[in-house]
Design a protein around this ligand. Structure first.
Ligand code: NAD
Ligand code: DAU
Length: 376
């Protein structure tokens, strides 16, 4: 067994951030296995592409023979499994790809990992780790006064996305209990930061606001998410990989609950400040309330006490410092955004938002006009 780790989905949002930080800290060789769906972008990894400790393999996690071959070839000490279909709205429009990658793909990877692990010398088997990167959405939706999700909260997924992630979590758990494969599951809240694909709330609002396009807030905008800067998630994953206990689950979250309205307004305020000469100032005038997401979970909140107490993890970014960094990153990387806004992505935007606007977009759910001046 080598010092190498093998990760899946490393060309996506969180995976890219994980790879860049891993190699920046010279933590050891890393093999990135990604099939490059619309969400995978090798440009994110250009800074490390030539590094000796890094290699990229284009492969689908559903391809069992390929997974077997890669594990035998690289002899990793751990697998960190990010690869997934990750967008809730897409899962509502087309759930099949989610079942394929999130459920069957995770199953195939687990089977390949089990065969590889069985082939290891006995003394190396306890050192191996299968770290499954999952989501808080498996716990379902909270009421306003409910306590935050704990590791013991029963699963109650509500979207095809969260149902397939829940199914994958159950498989990972079963492989520990049944076969002894040293698996660990992490369930994290909403991430944001650099390289976030602009179909998700925060990058979509930033890129739309910069272009003077409407900012489509679903429903009344009072759904709450618990935001975590992506670098804090990656730090937690490194810690769990080194010191987490096999068979355990760790919740990861930043204790940064915000309603979607608060998030969008905060983005607008930062842009007003950083781009005072923009013709789109005040950016809040671009907000439009549109038809809600079906089955829209009302509130997520993570109780990360176990991770904090057992492994000493603490988020470094507050929502305000993390959001400012993120907006600045999009301002500094316009070419990254224009590159990913390809024809295929435009088709998705047209499909997702056309229907919502036909159902009557308006600028405020109470029908009130908004008037804000740019500051600075
Ligand atoms: P993403 O959609 O940005 O990236 C997913 C990556 O997986 C892409 O590079 C894609 O090409 C790759 N991929 C998809 N199907 C594949 C397949 N069959 N074989 C190989 N590669 C494949 O996702 P993300 O936001 O970076 O999320 C990564 C993981 O973290 C996911 O498992 C997600 O469920 C989980 N997660 C995400 C968040 C969040 O807020 N984004 C929060 C908690 C957990
Ligand atoms: O909680 C973790 C999860 O967070 C991850 O597992 C998912 O992979 C990730 O996509 C994210 O899921 P959400 O559905 O919470 O994220 P999204 O960015 O799609 O939406 C965040 C909130 O913003 C949600 O309440 C829906 C709302 N929204 C989203 C979009 C894209 C809008 O109001 N308008 C929009 O245009």
């Amino acid at each position: 067994m080598q010092e190498t780790i093998l990760i899946t989905g490393g060309a996506g949002f969180i995976g890219s951030n994980f790879v860049l930080e891993w190699l920046e800290q010279s933590t050891g060789p890393l093999v990135n296995v990604d099939s490059l769906t619309y969400a995978g972008n090798l440009r994110n990894l250009e800074p490390v592409a030539a590094r000796r400790e890094y290699s990229f393999v284009r492969a689908d996690i559903c391809d069992r023979a390929r997974m077997d071959q890669l594990l035998q070839e690289h002899q990793p000490r751990a697998i960190v499994h990010f690869a997934a279909e990750s967008h809730v709205d897409r899962s509502i429009v087309g759930p099949e790809a989610f079942v394929e990658t999130n459920v069957r793909g995770t199953f195939v990877l687990l089977e390949a990992a089990r065969a590889y692990w069985n082939s290891l010398p006995r003394e190396n088997q306890p050192k191996f780790r299968f770290l499954h990167v999952s989501t808080d959405e498996v716990y379902g939706s909270l009421g306003a006064d409910d306590p935050a999700f704990r590791e013991t909260t029963p699963y109650a997924p509500n979207s095809p996305y969260s149902a397939t992630k829940a199914a994958s979590d159950h498989l990972v758990r079963a492989y520990f209990h049944t076969y002894g494969l040293p698996t660990i599951i992490t369930n994290c809240s909403n991430n944001y930061g650099p390289y976030h694909f602009p179909e998700k709330l925060i990058p979509l609002m930033i890129t739309h606001a910069l272009a003077g396009k409407p900012l489509p807030v679903y429903g009344d905008g009072l759904n709450v998410r618990d935001w975590l800067y992506v670098g804090d998630h990656c730090a937690a994953l490194r810690l769990v990989l080194e010191r987490g206990r096999p068979g355990e689950t760790y919740n990861i979250g930043g204790r940064n609950e915000r309603s979607n309205r608060q998030v969008v307004e905060a983005i607008c305020e930062i842009l007003d400040e950083l781009q005072p000469a923009s013709p789109h100032c005040p950016h809040k005038q671009l907000i439009q309330f549109v038809k809600d997401r079906p089955g829209h979970d009302r509130r997520y909140a993570i109780d990360a006490t176990k991770l904090e107490r057992e492994l000493g993890w603490q988020a470094r970014e507050t929502f305000s410092t993390g959001l400012r960094k993120t907006v600045q990153w999009y301002l500094d990387h316009p070419e990254w955004t224009s590159d990913v806004l390809s024809g295929a992505y435009q088709e998705w935007i047209d499909r997702n938002y056309k229907q919502r606007s036909q159902d009557g977009a308006h600028s405020d759910p109470d029908g009130q006009q908004r008037s804000h001046e740019c500051e600075g």
